[in-house]
Every structure is written in C-alpha cells, then in structure tokens.
Design a protein around this ligand. Structure first.
Ligand code: ADP
Ligand code: MG
Length: 397
C-alpha cells in the first residue's frame, strides 16, 4: 500500500552517502519533508538533511512542477556572497537522491539552524503569542535584508514567507549541537558509538536544536544569532512561475487571489501580515466561508476592512478574476464586492489592532509601526514598498 504521506522513516544512527553522513536527531518537519540533524564525518561538522517526501520528490519531475528548490538554492548560494542580505538566507551545501521503502527521495543538505519563529512564539511558556516589539523589529530587519538579496540579486520570489520558515542561526552551531548531544541523549544518536539497529526506534518527535536564550525574548541578545529565511520548496523565479497560486491561503496577497501578475511585492504583503501577527499575537486575516460568500471573497473584504480602503477600479480592470468577486454598482459604475456593502465594520483596522493588542508602549510607536505595516499592505502590488526601501523605514531605526 502507498504510504499516505511518503515521509522517509529515517532512524537515528543510520548513515547515508556510503557512511559519510550519520543521522543524529530529527529537527523538524513540514508538509513536504522531514529535516534531520546529521554528522558529516568527512568534514567534521553538523549538517541538516531535508528529506523530501516521495510525493514531493515525484512532483519534481512532473510537468506541473511545484517548484525547484535545488536550482533556487544554488542560485542563492552562488550569486553574491558579499551582499549584506546573503547571510540571511539558508546556506545550501549539497544534495543526493536515494530509494526508501515507499519510493525515491530527494535529500537537500544545508547548514543546521536553530528554532523557527513559530516555535519561539509557542514555547515561551506563557501562552502569549505576541513577541516583544524590539524582537519583532530585529527579526524583520534581517528578513528584509534576506528578501532584498532574493528579490534584487537572485530574481527569486520566496512565496512562502511565514513564521515556520524564518529560522535562527545561533552564533556557534557546532557548540550548540555538541552540547545537545551530551545533554539530551534520548533524542539523539552519538555517531561515535556502535550502531545496533534493533534498539533504535523510528523517531516521530522532532526537537529543534536549543538556542535557549531566545525563548525568553526579554533577555535576547542580538549579537548571538542571525535571522535566516529558509524553505525554498514553494519559491519561484520572478520571471518563471511554476504555478500561479502561491502563498499559504491566509497570507495570500490580493493580486494572487485576483489573478493579476504577481512578483516580489507578494513577499512584502506577507511581511506586513506576519509583522502584525507577531505584534498582536493572532492572525491578521482569518477568512471564513459564509452562507452567501466564499473564503476568498471574505478575505478580500477583510483586506478592505483592515486597511480602510477599497479596491481601485483601474487595478481591478486588469485582474483576471475580477468578475468572480466584484460586480458593478451604483451610478458611478464602481466595482464592489458583491456581498459586502452592509457587512463591513471597520473595527479591525491596523491601528486599532495595534492599540488594543500589541505590546507597543506609546502612541508614537504605534503610529510608526502602523505606517510600516501599511507600506507593506498596499492593495496594489506596484504601490508596495520594496524590501530594500523598507529596511530604512523609521520604525526599524
Ligand atoms: P517544508 O517544505 O516541508 O515546509 P521546511 O524546509 O520548512 O520544509 O522544513 C520543515 C521544518 O524543519 C521547518 O519549519 C524547521 O522547523 C525545520 N528545519 C528546516 N530546515 C532546517 C535546518 N536547516 N536546521 C534546523 N531546522 C530546520
Ligand atoms: Mg516550511
């Protein structure tokens, strides 16, 4: 029978590439992969093995290709290592393909990183998903540097900028990993000891490498880590799209929903969404399917609600899916969302959210954060500020 997910059942202590790589611990997993800490015995260093599921591996050779993570990672690694945004993208090392019990797998080898942003939010221990504004600024500055490199130098749209794909690179990963091996032996395999396969369980629980000081963002020390964009499994060339529907649905930019040509501004939309979410501790957009309208229509309406503006008629005229959501209305033959005339209540505007829910202290900080977010969340993609320009925004100074 076909494995429903096609994840590779790696075992601690198992080796790859003729014994060169030894699996030490499971670090994480996503929809298309599981990620393992491994020891590269030849180079005497730790590496991360991103083992794609069988399905994701098979999709690489299909005409309806989802993405091409490998060629994108190579472009990122080779373009311009001296660029200030270069260190803010994950470092690619190598790849290999192999056959598992459920089929073939692609394995991408990258540098090892620490926690992702979501893990940090969820393991602070207080159930509060808000992140201190100082940490949000520190993270977003570095994400913008990384995006500037991707957009302007590599010609890449990440298309999946979200908390799980923003990771922390501790200053000394070798020290962190070595410490973890010594202190959490039940979750790890010491590659120095002899392997007895019968005693090694299949690992289901993932444990990211500890970068403990990050868990309490009050004692965060900026110089101890670098923020890194990872997961290029859904990314695209600016001038060659693998598919037209991109981004997790709740973070999807209006132009993607409306069928207007998307480009790098789609990533900036996500930056606006995740900055708001980190500050207020909840989703910015949580579209619903309602009796009289669908998820996407609800989403578009919530955008106009949060931003207190409507879609520009000339922009809509260039959108392939305009008529799916909008209908002509009124004497000026403006286009409006078919079902929303009476439903919108402007109580979820960005400044309201920040004032009510964020940890931002004073009115000037709230205003500055709002201005920053609104530069990211322009409905018309061409009006959104670029990553390079946003890095100089007064809020981040
Ligand atoms: P997917 O395409 O399946 O979402 P990701 O590349 O996002 O795959 O990896 C899944 C998870 O594994 C990430 O959210 C992260 O927590 C963890 N992870 C990925 N790469 C690394 C790495 N190099 N070092 C440490 N953890 C990683
Ligand atoms: Mg991911």
């Amino acid at each position: 029978g076909r494995n429903n997910s096609g994840y590779y059942p790696a075992r601690l202590g198992q080796s790859f590439e003729r014994g060169r790589l030894c699996v030490v611990r499971k670090l994480g997993w996503g929809q298309y992969s599981s990620v393992w800490l491994a020891r590269d015995k030849e180079k005497s260093r730790f590496v991360a093995l991103k083992i794609l599921t069988c399905d994701a591996t098979k999709a690489l050779s299909e005409p309806e290709q989802r993405s091409d993570e490998l060629s994108l990672l190579r472009k990122i690694a080779d373009s311009d290592p001296s660029h200030p945004g270069f260190p803010h993208n994950i470092a690619y090392l190598d790849f290999f393909d192999f056959l598992g019990p459920h089929g073939s797998h692609r394995c991408v080898i990258t540098e090892v990183l620490g926690y992702n942003l979501n893990y940090i939010r969820r393991h602070k221990g207080d159930g509060d998903l808000r992140v201190q504004p100082s940490l949000v600024k520190c993270v977003v500055k570095q994400v913008l540097k990384g995006l500037e490199y991707l957009h302007d130098v590599c010609g890449i749209v990440h298309a999946d900028i979200k908390h799980d794909n923003i990771l922390f690179r501790p200053a000394d990963i070798e020290a962190v990993a070595t410490h973890e091996l010594a202190t959490k032996p039940s979750m790890t395999y010491d590659c120095g000891t002899e392997l007895r396969p019968s005693t090694i369980p299949v690992v289901s629980q993932a444990l990211p490498l500890s970068t403990d000081p990050l868990i309490d963002d009050k004692i965060i020390k900026e110089r101890d880590f670098v923020v890194v964009i990872s997961d290029f499994g859904h990314s695209h060339w600016r001038h060659r799209h693998f598919q037209e529907i991109i981004q997790p649905s709740a973070l999807r930019a209006p132009e993607v929903i409306l069928g207007y040509k998307w480009d790098t501004p789609a990533d900036i939309w996500n930056v606006g969404c995740i900055v708001t979410e980190l500050l207020v501790g909840s989703w910015l957009f949580e579209p619903n399917v309602e009796k009289h309208w669908g998820y996407e229509e609800d989403h578009l309406a919530r955008m106009t609600e949060a931003l207190d503006c409507s879609f520009d008629v000339d922009f809509l005229a260039k959108c392939e899916h305009r008529n799916k959501f909008f209908q002509p209305s009124g004497v000026y033959s403006d286009w409006s969302l078919a079902h929303f005339e009476k439903h919108l209540e402007p109580t979820r505007q960005i400044d309201d959210l920040l004032r009510s829910y964020s940890l931002l202290q004073d009115a000037s900080q709230i205003k500055a954060a709002e201005r920053f977010i609104l530069r990211c969340l322009r409905l018309i993609p061409g009006e959104r500020t670029t990553a390079k320009e946003l890095a100089d925004d007064p809020w981040l100074a």
